[in-house]
Design a protein around this ligand. Structure first.
Ligand SMILES: [Zn+2]
Length: 162
């Protein structure tokens, strides 16, 4: 049997550009439309077990029920209570843009007013001494002309005194 000839490997040094669109599904699409048009944050509730989701869910992760009943939607926020947070001080490459992440930034879990539901989002405050679980925060929206119908229509949650 004849040995296969050694093949030379050819490499292409290139960056692929792969734009794509992702279908949000009806609940998430409606959630983003309301953020963009009306600065409204909505949650929905599982019709079977009553668990709340923000952003709204198609399917309950607990019992797999469909959560698309519009009468189970409730406006929440824009104020809420911070449950916990983290601060990132180490930058890293953002794979989708090729840019380095600006640091420090902080992310919190906010229990929104209006329903027992938590939204994870950026906090304006990045000083660890000034962030305390239990403090009150409020969503800050981009100006209407800059909103694009995604979660970053909320810039961050700012600390408020009540
Ligand atoms: Zn459920």
């Amino acid at each position: 049997m004849k040995a296969k000839p050694q093949l030379e490997l050819i490499y292409l040094d290139m960056t692929l550009k792969m734009p794509f669109k992702w279908n949000t599904g009806e609940p998430l699409g409606e959630f983003f439309r309301e953020l963009k048009a009306n600065e409204k944050i909505y949650a929905n509730q599982c019709p079977t077990c009553g668990r709340n989701y923000c952003p709204p869910a198609n399917i309950c992760t607990r019992d797999h029920s469909r959560c698309n009943e519009k009468d189970k939607w409730v406006a929440v926020g824009p104020k809420g209570t911070l449950l916990t947070f983290f601060i990132c001080e180490q930058s890293f490459l953002i794979p989708t843009t090729g840019e380095m992440l600006e640091v420090p930034f902080s992310v919190g879990l906010v229990m929104l007013d209006g329903a027992p539901v938590v939204l994870q989002h950026c906090l304006q405050e990045t000083d660890v001494e000034k962030i305390k679980p239990g403090m009150r925060v409020e969503a800050v929206f981009k100006p209407k002309e800059e909103r694009k119908g995604n979660i970053f229509d909320i810039i961050h949650f700012k600390t408020i005194k009540e």
